[in-house]
Ligand binder design. Structure first.
Ligand SMILES: Nc1ncnc2c1ncn2[C@@H]1O[C@H](COP(=O)(O)OP(=O)(O)OP(=O)(O)O)[C@@H](O)[C@H]1O
Ligand SMILES: [Mg+2]
Length: 373
């Protein structure tokens, strides 16, 4: 259970805003409170830009929350300073040239986010869309492997006098991955702020050109790092991946809850079920529901979100991923169709959501060309 924002606000009322004689709440210094499970993130803006003043407010907020709400709360405070007549701008910036940003998330690790992302990118590309993938997995990026560009490095090019990163292209998909910048044999410890800064650079300081879709392959989990990422990047909608297994579904539910948080408010486009069943090659009519049956379908119904489709557990999907040649590239196969179906369902949800929520440009399904199924 997340903490109550009313309790947090009450705790913050006990703190006097520096130089104001009023509480932080009364002086409207508190811009945003996000709660998720044991985590509380407070965005606060003060007039004094000195590091000392910022640190003091941060410590006071942490103390007040620990004293009045919960000793064990995991509190993060973002302090910014601004002059009084500059309005606070909470809107996320739009990215020039990129029409839609879709985040692929799961909660649980290893359920197939990167596999779904890479194959969806291929389906979109085959449908005639311009597609990019941003691999945001701080724990273990894999897109560069799945697209067979592990040894490539993004070039730096000069655009309008500024140096920009050029995404690496493979199978017609533009790719930037944290994997291009980190040593695979070295553990990199990321903090939320570092991860969102790196991602911001890969979005805003890169030369993506015109893209209909930028897919962001998120790391597993729903912690601080994810909150930072989804707050920093203007995501049009999120796709949640889960296996039908209860433990994965519980985490998928947390993933959905994270996106639907007030103040994060990223529309969840729906749920993809991966590893739905296994069919052995020698018994093509048999389906074995190894992780349970219809789990993600039922979850989608329960939480009133769309079910975007299912992908069976198939050896060739794993093999294709390992050799860097996504399975959706293979023409006229049931798997190519399965990924095309998921992609089409995602697009129709995106169109619906974009009609309701105006901030990012809509790509109409009617613009598809060369769709194979
Ligand atoms: N439907 C499938 N059939 C067979 N193998 C699969 C399937 N989906 C994923 N895999 C394999 O399972 C492994 C994990 O998949 P993947 O890397 O896509 O998961 P992930 O959710 O991105 O993991 P992480 O949380 O570590 O980022 C990979 O080896 C992948 O090839
Ligand atoms: Mg992954």
């Amino acid at each position: 259970m997340a903490y109550s924002k009313t309790d947090i606000t009450k705790a913050l009322e006990t703190i006097t805003a520096p130089g104001e004689g009023k509480s932080l709440v009364e002086s409207e210094a508190i811009k945003n409170i996000v709660t998720f499970e044991k985590e509380i993130i407070v965005d606060v803006t003060i007039a004094n830009p000195s590091l000392q003043a910022k640190k003091k407010v941060e410590v006071e907020i942490m103390k007040a929350i620990h004293q009045h709400v919960d000793q064990k709360a995991d509190v993060k405070v973002n302090v910014t300073s601004e002059t009084k007549n500059e309005p606070f701008k909470p809107e996320k910036p739009k990215v020039p040239g990129i029409k839609n940003i879709i985040a692929i998330a799961s909660g649980k690790g290893g359920v197939g986010k990167s596999t779904i992302t890479s194959n969806m990118a291929i389906s979109l590309q085959k449908m005639g869309f311009k597609v990019g993938i941003l691999d945001a997995d701080v724990y273990g990026p894999s897109t560069h492997l799945m697209f067979d560009v592990a040894n490539a490095r993004p070039l730096s090019i000069e655009i309008d006098g500024r140096s920009k990163m050029q995404p690496v292209e493979s199978y017609g998909v533009k790719i930037l991955s944290l994997g291009f910048f980190t040593d695979a044999n070295q553990a990199v410890i990321w903090r939320g702020a570092m991860a969102s800064k790196a991602l911001n650079q890969m979005i805003f300081d890169a030369h993506w050109g015109e893209l209909d879709f930028l897919l962001i392959d998120l790391p597993p989990g729903t912690g601080d790092i994810h909150l930072s990422i989804v707050q920093a990047v203007p995501i049009t909608g999120a796709v949640i991946v889960s296996t039908p297994q209860n433990i994965a579904l519980a985490d998928a539910k947390k993933g959905v809850a994270m996106f639907q948080q007030e103040n994060i408010n990223v529309p969840v486009l729906g749920i993809v079920e991966n590893m739905s069943y296994f069919t052995p090659a020698e018994l093509p009519d048999n389906k074995y529901y190894i992780f349970g049956k219809d789990g993600a379908k039922n979850l989608a119904e329960d939480i009133d979100t769309a079910f975007l489709g299912e992908v069976p557990l198939v050896q060739s999907i794993r093999e294709a991923g390992d050799v860097g040649h996504p399975v959706a590239l293979q023409e006229n196969t049931p798997l190519e169709n399965a990924f095309a179906e998921i992609t089409k369902n995602t697009l129709s949800e995106l169109v619906k959501r974009n009609d309701d929520l105006p901030p990012t440009e809509v790509v109409r399904i009617t613009t598809m060309s060369g769709c194979s199924s």
